[in-house]
Every structure is written in structure tokens, then in C-alpha cells.
Design a binder for this molecule. Structure first.
Ligand code: PFF
Length: 465
């Protein structure tokens, strides 16, 4: 089976928009702000940026290069570079399956919120209690999840060239503009400055009693690490797959800089929007820290939008529509990887592989949905946790650091960085080649090991700092 027969991006901008579309999604708008809220604001921000610069970027560049040089998706790409390491490709593909099970649930929530904002144009607008109502209504949440997956299915069937590319050209810039509008509004509300100080002034939150004590450094590092892998869409074969669609003339370095830069930028904007909005909407710092879980965005935003007065429903609908676009472009990339794995692994037609993949993920997603109602007695990570938390945790905190670490060892020590450097230099100059080599061989693996050890330390509770 010749994977090279798969589509290729029509233009450099098409590839860029699609890779950005994959990276920018719910991880930025839903995940980043609540994780920053839970992990001490400023400290989290700094750790996150450092990890993105020293680990995320180096891995993204390597993955794109592996994909383009082989022209294959993860399993066959790793096999082609080195037969002995084919298993890294297999390991990399567990994460997209796990992620998609809860991503489609969250995508469904966004659809639900858009619908209730449309309804709000004629009757009552959603408020902070709407989220609880959704969680306890399996029919609504499963229905919206199925709708989200059905849209993904239709786009995925269109292939890479058509659906994904066109989708991003308008959606991404529009999302950016929307975020800026809501940020400006959030900042002009009373109490918003508290959220900004929380984000930007080191030590301010503890000194001013906003949080009782700083979160353990292990929690901050492991959460920031997992979030960084998830948000940049690395360590799970996606960038290898997208690299395989790149043309020889496309510069790998500037592509990686743009994708990572845009992704970090959107996360930052979402933080600037949600964190101050949380302090405005929830009133007390205690309420913010108590609510800084996965529901934060859905609880805080309706109140934020209400402050737009007569425009509230319009802003609500537009905002969630754009978030649904962002979620879809990420979900499409996840599905594309899952489908191509099924296609190669099960040696069946692409059409059949698409149907099988959607059915498997759809069934698992129903269970994740039920984790908030019928199956809420299952608390896999301790009291109050859900199946969604569990899948999020296993993919971000366990699978991705392991695959990222192995990727660094594979590129830096097994196949040697030279192969990747040559691929990068085939399309552009590589001025910081020496710096990248040090990152991939030493800095990134050491930092990833620290991320993983931090997780273990926190999980086993034997160290607190
Ligand atoms: N990066 C996407 C987000 O932040 O929402 C999610 C994602 C897409 C994760 C693709 C992993 C992936 F392979």
C-alpha cells in the first residue's frame, strides 16, 4: 500500500493553516486557562513557556522532518527510518484514540452552548447553572457529541486537500479577532485586574491570600508539560502525518515557528480572557480556585457574555461557533491520524477504516459522557474525578511525555540528528542547528524526565514542595 498516494496540501499556506488548525483548539481555550487557574497563575505561565520553547518546538521540528522525509504516517515513518523503532510509532498512536474520546464530548458541549445561546435570543440566556444542567442530562450531551462526530466524519471523508484547508482560512483569523473583542470587554469590568495580577505578578496570589499556598512545583511542572504536548499536537504522530503531506519546498523551521507561535499566542489570549473573567464572574478568589476545573470556561463565559447587554446572545453564538470551528479542525487531525492507522494497520479500505474508527471512538465517548451522570460513581482518579479527567490524564500526563522522551532519544541518539538536519536544510537554512541539536539530545529529554518524575512525585504523594 503506498501511503504517498494520500493527498497533499495544495499550498504552503494550506499546510500551515491546517497544522495551526490542529494545534489550536479546545486545549487552548478550554484547557490552558483552567490549568493555569489551578496551578498558580504566573508560575504555570513561566514553566509552560519554557517547556514549549525548549521541548515542544524541538520535537515539533523533528516530527515534521520525519514525516516529510519518509512521506508516511507515524507507524510506517518510524519503521522506514529504523525498523527497530517501529514500536514508537505504535505507541504514539494510542494518544489520539484516547484524546478523541473526550475531545468529542467537549466539542459536543460547545455545540450545546451555541444552541442555548441561539435559544437565548428569544428566551432566557444561559447562566452558570447551565453547565450543571448539561452534565446531568445524558441525552443532550450524547446528542451533541454525536453531532460533533458526525460533522467530523463528513469533513474527514472529504480528504486532506479539501475539507481541512478551506475550513481554517476563515475560522482561525476570526477566532483571533473574537478573542480580542472578549478580552477587551473582560478587562473593563470591575475586579478584572485581580485576574491579571494573578497571571503576571510572581508570588502575588499567595501574598494576597488569593490562594492559601502555592501549588506544589511537581503539580505545576507535570500539568504544564502535559498541556504543552496536548496543545502543540506533538508526541502522538500528528505532526509526522502532517509533515508527510508537506512539499519539499516548504521550510520546516519557519513552519514550526509559526505553528508553535500561533498556538502559544492563542493559549495566552484565552488565559487573558478567562482568568480575569473568572475573577469577575465568580466574585471571590475562593470561588475561582474551587471552580478552576474542566468546567471553568463553561461556567464563566455565559456571565461574561451577559455583560454585553443586548449583544449578549450574538456574542455568545459567534464565540461558540468559532470555538466549535477550532475544535473541529483539531478533531479532524486526530481522526485523520486514527483513520490512517486503521487503514494501514487493518489493511482495509479508507472508507471502511473511517467507519470502524468512528464507531470505536463513538462508543468510548458515550461512556465518557455517562461518566458525568449514569456512571458518575466511577471516580478513577479519586473523589470527584470523572472518566473525562482520566482519559485527559492518561493521554497528556503519561502517554505524551513517554512518546516525547522516546522521540528525543530516537532522533538524538539512535538515528542521530544529522538525518533530520539534512531534511530541514533541504528546504531552508538552519541557523540554530547547533542549538537544536543540544535541545533534542540533552535539554528536551532531561526536561521531559523532570515532567514525568514530577507527575510520579505528585501522584505517589511522596514529595511536596
Ligand atoms: N492541540 C489540540 C488542542 O489544543 O485542542 C488538541 C489535539 C489535536 C491534541 C491533535 C492532539 C492532537 F494530536
Amino acid at each position: 500500500m503506498d501511503e504517498n498516494k494520500r493527498g497533499s496540501f495544495g499550498s504552503t499556506i494550506g499546510f500551515l493553516l491546517s497544522a495551526i488548525g490542529s494545534a489550536v483548539g479546545l486545549g487552548n481555550i478550554w484547557g490552558f486557562p483552567y490549568k493555569m487557574g489551578r496551578c498558580g497563575g504566573f508560575t504555570f505561565l513561566i514553566v509552560y513557556l519554557a517547556l514549549a520553547a525548549f521541548v515542544g518546538f524541538a520535537i515539533m521540528l523533528s516530527e515534521l522532518a520525519i514525516g516529510r522525509s519518509t512521506g508516511f504516517g507515524p507507524v510506517n515513518a518510524y519503521k522506514k527510518v529504523s525498523k527497530k523503532f517501529k514500536w514508537i510509532g505504535w505507541l504514539a498512536i494510542i494518544a489520539p484514540f484516547l484524546i478523541m474520546t473526550f475531545y468529542s464530548v467537549l466539542g459536543g458541549y460547545c455545540i450545546y452552548y451555541m444552541v442555548i445561546n441561539v435559544v437565548g435570543m428569544f428566551s432566557g440566556m444561559p447562566d452558570s447553572s447551565s453547565f450543571g444542567a448539561l452534565l446531568t442530562n445524558p441525552w443532550a450531551s450524547i446528542g451533541c457529541m454525536v453531532l460533533f462526530m458526525a460533522i467530523c466524519y463528513l469533513i474527514n471523508r472529504g480528504g486532506v486537500g479539501g475539507g481541512i484547508e478551506k475550513f481554517n482560512t476563515i475560522g482561525m483569523p476570526a477566532l483571533f479577532v473574537m478573542l480580542v473583542i472578549v478580552i477587551i470587554r473582560a478587562w473593563t469590568l470591575p475586579n478584572a485586574d485581580v485576574g491579571l495580577k494573578y497571571m503576571f505578578v510572581p508570588g502575588w496570589a499567595v501574598a494576597n491570600g488569593v490562594i492559601e499556598k502555592a501549588p506544589s512545583i511537581f503539580e505545576v511542572i507535570s500539568t504544564a508539560g502535559g498541556q504543552m504536548f496536548f496543545s502543540l499536537s506533538i508526541a502522538m504522530g500528528i505532526m509526522v502525518t502532517y509533515g508527510s503531506y508537506m512539499k519539499q519546498r516548504d521550510s520546516l523551521t519557519s513552519s514550526a515557528i509559526r505553528v508553535a507561535g500561533f498556538d502559544i499566542g492563542v493559549s495566552f489570549l484565552a488565559g487573558l480572557m478567562i482568568v480575569p473573567a473568572a475573577f469577575v464572574a465568580l466574585g471571590s478568589p475562593e470561588a475561582v480556585t474551587e471552580n478552576s476545573g474542566p468546567g471553568l470556561m463553561f461556567i464563566v463565559l455565559p456571565q461574561m457574555f451577559a455583560s454585553f447587554g443586548d449583544f449578549a446572545p450574538v456574542i455568545g453564538v459567534l464565540f461558540f461557533l468559532l470555538v466549535i470551528f477550532a475544535a473541529l479542525t483539531s478533531a479532524i487531525s486526530l481522526m485523520e491520524t486514527c483513520v490512517s492507522i486503521m487503514h494501514d494497520g487493518a489493511k482495509c479500505s479508507r472508507k471502511k477504516a473511517t467507519v470502524i474508527t468512528f464507531v470505536i471512538i463513538g462508543v468510548a465517548a458515550v461512556f465518557v459522557n455517562l461518566g458525568y451522570n449514569g456512571l458518575s460513581f466511577i471516580e478513577p482518579l479519586g473523589a470527584g474525578t470523572s472518566l473525562l479527567d482520566f482519559f485527559d490524564f492518561v493521554s497528556n500526563t503519561i502517554m505524551m511525555p513517554i512518546v516525547a522522551f522516546l522521540t528525543c532519544i530516537f532522533v538524538g541518539w539512535c538515528i542521530k540528528p544529522k538525518i533530520i538536519e539534512e531534511e530541514i536544510m533541504a528546504s531552508s537554512k538552519f541557523r540554530w542547528r547547533a542549538a537544536w541539536r543540544i535541545m533534542i539530545k540533552y535539554i528536551a529529554p532531561i526536561l521531559i524526565a523532570i515532567v514525568f518524575i514530577s507527575f510520579l512525585a505528585q501522584f505517589l504523594g511522596f514529595m511536596t514542595i
